[in-house]
Design a protein around this ligand. Structure first.
Ligand code: ADP
Length: 493
C-alpha cells in the first residue's frame, strides 16, 4: 500500500506484551503498535502503571501530573522493551500499585473497584488525547481496545475539537458490567445513563461506551465481525451492532516475530519450513521435560489457554479417556476455573504416562509446547481471533479447531478436495459437541498415521501461511484513514 501522511495515534490498552500480558489483547497491543511504526505512523501506547510494570528494568521519567475527577495521576514515560515505541503509564498508586494481575487479585476474584480503576484510566486517556496535559502531542485518532477503554470514545464526544476514535473488540463476552449504583460514583455526565449510551438492562456497561460512541468499531476477525451481529454470539449487543454494521469491520490479528521456530530462543533446536527436522528434537525434549515416556507411534497433542468454558475445556475433559485411548499423549498448559484445574490434575495423576498438566502462565513453556507437539486442540465455543492456531501453523503443529470466528478464517479443513489441491492446513469441525470433537481428533490421528502422504504436506502448507503483523497493520492503517476522512467530512457538513 502507499503510505500517505503519518498520523498521530494514541493506542490505549489495559495490557501490552512484554510489559504485562494475560491473553491475546496483550499480544496485540505489544505487536500492532510496532508494526504501525514500521509503516511510519507516530504512535504512542498508553497503559495503567501496574506494580508489575513499575518493577521492571528500563528508564522511566515523569512527564505530566494532573488531577481528574477520580484522583490525582502522574504520567510516566518509558519505551516498550526492545522497541522505540513510547509508552505512557497512567500512575495512580491507589488503583494500580498492587499485586495480582490487571483485573483480579491473587485470590482469583476481580478487584472490587475495577469500575473506578478503569474509569480513572479512561479519564486519563481522554485528558491526554485532548492534549490537556500540555504534552504538545495531540493524536489524530485514539485506538481503544476492549471494555477497559470503553469510556474513552464516550468521554471524547463531550468535546468539539477531538481526535477520531476506533474501538476494537477483542472479546465481546467481557463487557465491564457494573451495578447501577456504581455509575453515580464515577463522575460521568447523567446523559450517559440511558439505553442509548452506557446503560445495559439496568447495569453500567463500559463496552457500550465504545460500541455506541466510537466513530468506528472493529473486531479481530472478519467472521467474528459477522457473528457478533447474531443473537447467538452477540451477548445482548447484537441489535446495537447490527444497527452500526456500516461502521463495523474485522481485521485478523498477526503473529509476532518472536513466534518463529527458526529463531525462537526457547527451543532446544530451531527449525523452519525448509528444514523441519529439528521439530523432532523439540518433541523429544518436551516429553522429557514433562516426564512423558518416549513413544515412537503416539502423536503428542496439546492445549494452551485459559481454563474456561469459552475454550471448550469441559468438552476435552469429557472425552480425555477416549483421546488417550487412540492412543495419544496430551499436554495441557493453562489456568482458570478451579474445577477444571483440579479435574485435569486428577486425570494426570491417574494417567501419568499419557497426560501432563501444568497449571499457571508460562510463556517459554508455551513456545516449547508449540514446537514439541504434533497436534494443537482449540475447541473454543467462540473465538474472536485466537492466536495459538496461528502459532501452531507456523510451528508445524496441526491445529484442530471449531469452525468459529478467527479459527474459521485461519485454518483450512482437510477434505479430500483440499488435500488433493494442497490448500488444507488443519482439521476443522462444525459443532461444539464433545463427540464431534472426538471424531475430529480421530480424523487427525489418521492423517498423522500417513506421514509422507498427508502429514508432512499439511505441515508444510501450514508453515507457509503469512500471518505477519505488517499485513494486519496495513489494514488498520486503511481503517484509520477511512475513520479520519469520515470525521473530516462530518465536520464540513
Ligand atoms: P484469549 O485472549 O481469549 O485468552 P488468545 O488465543 O487470543 O486467547 O490468546 C491467548 C494468548 O495467551 C496466547 O499467546 C497464548 O499462548 C497465551 N496463553 C494463554 N494461556 C497461557 C498460559 N497458561 N501460559 C502461557 N501462555 C498462555
Amino acid at each position: 500500500m502507499t503510505i500517505k501522511n503519518p498520523h498521530k495515534i494514541l493506542f490505549a490498552s489495559s495490557e501490552a506484551y512484554p510489559l504485562i500480558k494475560t491473553g491475546g489483547l496483550g499480544d496485540v497491543a505489544g505487536s500492532l503498535p510496532v508494526a504501525l511504526k514500521t509503516l511510519h505512523q507516530d504512535i504512542r501506547l498508553v497503559l495503567p502503571a501496574y506494580r508489575e510494570i513499575l518493577e521492571q528494568k528500563g528508564k522511566v521519567k515523569t512527564i505530566a501530573q494532573f488531577t481528574l475527577p477520580l484522583g490525582r495521576v502522574r504520567v510516566l514515560e518509558r519505551l516498550l522493551p526492545g522497541t522505540r515505541i513510547k509508552v505512557w503509564l497512567v500512575d495512580c498508586p491507589l488503583y494500580f500499585d498492587r499485586p495480582g494481575n490487571p483485573y483480579q487479585g491473587t485470590n482469583g476474584f476481580p478487584w472490587s473497584d475495577n469500575a473506578e480503576r478503569f474509569a480513572l484510566f479512561c479519564q486519563a486517556v481522554s485528558y491526554l488525547a485532548l492534549d490537556q496535559a500540555g504534552l504538545e502531542w495531540q493524536p489524530d485518532l485514539v485506538h481503544c481496545n476492549d471494555w477497559q477503554t470503553g469510556l474513552v470514545p464516550a468521554l471524547l464526544t463531550l468535546h468539539k475539537a477531538r481526535p477520531a476514535t476506533l474501538f476494537t473488540i477483542h472479546n465481546l463476552a467481557y463487557q465491564g458490567l457494573f451495578p447501577e449504583a456504581v455509575f453515580s460514583t464515577l463522575n460521568l455526565p447523567w446523559s450517559f445513563w440511558s439505553p442509548h449510551a452506557l446503560e445495559f438492562y439496568g447495569q453500567l456497561s463500559f463496552l457500550k461506551g465504545g460500541a455506541v460512541f466510537a466513530d468506528r468499531i472493529s473486531t479481530v476477525s472478519p467472521t467474528y465481525a459477522e457473528e457478533i451481529q447474531t443473537p447467538e454470539f452477540g451477548c445482548g449487543l447484537d441489535g446495537l451492532l447490527r444497527h452500526r454494521k456500516d461502521k463495523l469491520s474485522g481485521i485478523l490479528n498477526g503473529v509476532d516475530k518472536n513466534w518463529n521456530p527458526a529463531r525462537d530462543p526457547s527451543l532446544v533446536k530451531n527449525y523452519s519450513q525448509q528444514d523441519p527436522e529439528g521439530k523432532q528434537d523439540n518433541k523429544k525434549a518436551l516429553r522429557q521435560e514433562l516426564h512423558l515416556p518416549l513413544s515412537r507411534h503416539m502423536p503428542l497433542l496439546a492445549f494452551i489457554g485459559r481454563l474456561v468454558e469459552q475454550k471448550g475445556i469441559d468438552m476435552l475433559l469429557e472425552i480425555l479417556p477416549d483421546i488417550i485411548n487412540l492412543p495419544t499423549q496430551i499436554v495441557f498448559l493453562g489456568s482458570g476455573e478451579k474445577r477444571y484445574e483440579q479435574a485435569l490434575q486428577q486425570l494426570a495423576e491417574i494417567y501419568p504416562e499419557q497426560i501432563a498438566v501444568q497449571i499457571g502462565f508460562d510463556e517459554a513453556l508455551a513456545h516449547r509446547i508449540e514446537a514439541g507437539a504434533d497436534i494443537f486442540l482449540m475447541p473454543s465455543r467462540f473465538e474472536p481471533c485466537g492466536l495459538n492456531q496461528m502459532y501452531s501453523l507456523r510451528y508445524g503443529t496441526l491445529p484442530v479447531v471449531h469452525r468459529v470466528g478467527g479459527l474459521a478464517d485461519t485454518v483450512v479443513d482437510s477434505t479430500p478436495a483440499t488435500l488433493r489441491n494442497g490448500t488444507a492446513t488443519g482439521v476443522v469441525f462444525n459443532q461444539a459437541d464433545s463427540s464431534v470433537l472426538l471424531e475430529a481428533i480421530k480424523r487427525t490421528t489418521l492423517l498423522y498415521g500417513q506421514q509422507k502422504g498427508y502429514w508432512q504436506p499439511l505441515q508444510q502448507q501450514g508453515m507457509r501461511q503469512d500471518f505477519s503483523w505488517r499485513r494486519s497493520a496495513g489494514r488498520y492503517l486503511e481503517l484509520y484513514e477511512q475513520t479520519l476522512s469520515e470525521q473530516a467530512d462530518s465536520l464540513r457538513v
